[in-house]
Design a protein around this ligand. Structure first.
Ligand SMILES: NC(=O)c1ccc[n+]([C@@H]2O[C@H](COP(=O)([O-])OP(=O)(O)OC[C@H]3O[C@@H](n4cnc5c(N)ncnc54)[C@H](OP(=O)(O)O)[C@@H]3O)[C@@H](O)[C@H]2O)c1
Length: 77
């Protein structure tokens, strides 16, 4: 564990959700720059990271979420 990042990161990006999102997106889906990526449950712990990874790869990202509050948080945060 690194001491230079907040402990809370280990419940997200550096924890199981991050590992799951990274492995499933990069090592299962093999995305390519510019592709369209659809993320279901996009506001969830894993989904929001997949969306970020896809945007980082300059993919066009479409997500679904179960309520207006959830999709607002996806777009704004
Ligand atoms: N977090 C981890 O460390 C981890 C590790 C390994 C595997 N996983 C798997 O990855 C998936 C997502 O995990 P998560 O931690 O991101 O979960 P989460 O934050 O709890 O999000 C799950 C979301 O899935 C959506 N959902 C629930 N029931 C559904 C249904 N019947 N049909 C379609 N969507 C439904 C809901 O989002 P909406 O209401 O917005 O649709 C819910 O908020 C799960 O299958 C989980 O088992 C997670």
């Amino acid at each position: 564990m690194r001491s230079d990042v907040p402990l809370s990161y280990y419940t997200g990006l550096l924890g199981m959700p991050g590992k799951t999102a990274y492995a499933c997106f990069h090592e299962v889906c093999y995305p390519k720059e510019g592709e369209y990526v659809f993320v279901s449950a996009a506001s969830g712990a894993v989904g929001q990271l997949v969306g970020e990874f896809a945007k980082f790869l300059c993919c066009y990202v479409v997500g679904s979420a179960g309520s207006k509050e959830k999709w607002c948080s996806c777009k704004e945060e």
